[in-house]
Ligand binder design. Structure first.
Ligand code: GDP
Ligand code: MG
Length: 218
């Protein structure tokens, strides 16, 4: 399909971020989501910085534009421009590393301060496949998520378990917030844009409807 016609194929575009300590598997999660396979270390140096994919969420087509830190987090210097205007984020720790879990509060502070105030965040306890080396229990992480109003899933970029679900749940929550009026896509820095499909419906007499809050299982 021609590039110019692409925006016709989705209703919304959301800017997403993947944040968390180095080594937690952020690049692998992005790769697994886009390519549906595990990124082995042989292509480590390529450093995917960006990926996009159109998903169907309850009948709405949403284009996710996902930014990876591309190694910036190793120097604790993730820039403001990286955060600016993000609608959603995957906040990643490694279930086999308490150090990465302890760093979550700092990541959250930055995300809420530097991204959109209304950013929707899903906490991902990655490397679920390494259960024998676990240092962080499911229960304590779910409590942390609840206290900080985050959604939560344990994922594995290796097996692919819950990877698509993580992106999907976050997108679903954003759509619900648009439907309830809690999020205004037209506000500057919302991280949300209309695609051609939604614009066509907006111009027609019957206005577009995002899925109702009741349809959401998250
Ligand atoms: P990033 O620094 O957060 O982007 O982390 P990477 O995606 O580069 O992954 C860091 C290391 O963890 C690499 O050696 C990956 O192969 C490994 N890794 C990433 N995700 C998983 C996972 O779900 N399970 C296992 N067993 N290893 C993983
Ligand atoms: Mg990386």
């Amino acid at each position: 399909m021609a590039q110019t016609a692409m925006s016709e194929t989705y209703d919304f575009l959301f800017k997403f971020l993947v944040i968390g300590n180095a080594g937690t598997g952020k690049s692998c999660l992005l790769h697994q989501f886009i390519e549906k396979k595990f990124k082995d270390d042989s292509n480590h140096t390529i450093g995917v910085e960006f990926g996009s994919k159109i998903i169907n969420v309850g009948g709405k087509y949403v284009k996710l534009q996902i930014w990876d830190t591309a190694g910036q987090e190793r120097f604790r210097s993730v820039t403001r421009s990286y955060y600016r205007g993000a609608a959603g984020a995957l906040l990643v720790y490694d279930i086999t590393s308490r150090e990465t879990y302890n760093a979550l509060t700092n990541w959250l502070t930055d995300a809420r301060m530097l991204a959109s105030q209304n950013i929707v965040i899903i906490l991902c306890g990655n490397k679920k496949d390494l259960d024998a080396d676990r240092e962080v229990t499911f229960l304590e992480a779910s409590r942390f998520a609840q206290e900080n109003e985050l959604m939560f899933l344990e994922t594995s970029a290796l097996t692919g378990e819950n990877v698509e679900e993580a992106f999907m749940q976050c997108a679903k929550k954003i759509l619900n917030k648009i439907a309830s009026g809690e999020l205004d896509p037209e506000r500057m820095g919302s991280g949300i844009q209309y695609g051609g499909a939604a614009l066509r419906q907006l111009r027609s007499p019957r206005r577009t409807q995002a899925p109702s809050a009741q349809e959401c299982g998250c």
